[in-house]
Design a protein around this ligand. Structure first.
Ligand code: ADP
Length: 263
């Protein structure tokens, strides 16, 4: 804490080298949490020191997806986060008795995020990933206020209708002055039994979101990659073994590993 008792966020200190990436989406169910977990696992396995804040108040699924058990432990003024495979994880779900739904309003969310940033002992991190709730709500704004150097990564599906809401999530960056590190298209296709690609959710959403954000933000916004539907990814998330670890050669894992390397 600072001299006046206000929280000190080390990630904002001058010379701090931690890259902060907030993973955002327009709507739920597009794979944002699965990608956050897998990007974290991929980065950690390539030797980076990784932290994850699960700030998805509606979902808080990161601990299950990464197979993290337990709660942060209090040591004097600090909270020590549980770790798995070298990834430090704090989830809003760890602070809700019985994993109940969070019905907090904006100021409470803001204070909780502030506590995650100031009171958790993260140590030196190369990357801090935040799993945001879908949309442009209070949490996304608190992240921008508390971590002005954070960058957004926008997740969408190929569906043009989903792309529109994803653009809004990314366009928030014009108001918050955040950088958009790129767009990820998930659920892009399904490999059929005869080798054909089935475009279950249509095509072009990722490219459309990247293009519209380039126009809105007047800066380069890359489409970082397209990830197919893959049973191994879903199973990995359910079992707490991210697909990039459990099936590194699967189509989804290969795509995610390549995206992690670009970030
Ligand atoms: P969000 O965080 O956007 O709400 P989730 O990451 O919880 O989305 O994903 C929703 C569901 O879809 C989960 O059951 C997840 O395992 C599954 N899923 C996400 N991406 C894929 C994919 N590429 N292939 C197969 N299943 C996926």
């Amino acid at each position: 804490r600072g001299g006046d008792g206000s929280p000190v966020i080390a990630f904002n200190a001058p010379g701090n080298l931690t890259r902060v990436l907030a993973i955002a989406s327009g709507k739920g169910g597009v794979g944002k949490s699965s990608l956050t977990a897998n990007l974290a696992a991929s980065m950690a396995s390539s030797g980076l020191r990784v932290g994850v804040i699960d700030a998805d108040i509606h979902g808080f699924s990161i601990p299950r997806m990464l197979g993290v058990e337990g709660q942060p432990t209090r040591v004097e003024e600090m909270l020590l986060p549980p770790m798995v495979d070298g990834i430090k994880v704090v989830s809003i779900g760890m602070f809700t008795p019985g994993g109940r739904a969070v019905v907090w309003r904006g100021p409470m969310l803001h204070r909780t995020l502030e506590q995650f940033l100031a009171d958790v002992f993260w140590g030196d991190l190369d990357v801090l990933l935040l799993d945001l709730p879908p949309g442009t709500g209070d949490m996304a704004i608190s992240v921008a206020q508390l971590l002005p150097n954070s960058e957004l990564v926008i997740v969408t599906t190929p569906q043009p209708a989903a792309a529109d809401v994803a653009v809004r999530a990314g366009a928030l960056a014009t108001q918050t002055s955040q950088r958009v590190a790129g767009v990820i298209e998930n659920m892009s296709w399904l490999d059929g039994p005869d080798g054909q690609r089935i475009e279950l959710f249509g095509a072009g959403g990722g490219e459309l979101v990247a293009k519209k954000l380039r126009e809105t933000l007047e800066t380069e916004v890359p489409l970082l990659g397209r990830i197919p539907l893959d049973v191994a990814l879903r199973e990995g998330s359910d079992e707490g073994r991210p697909v990039v670890i459990s099936h590194p050669d699967s189509p989804a894992a290969t795509a995610i590993t390549s995206i992690a390397a670009q970030l």
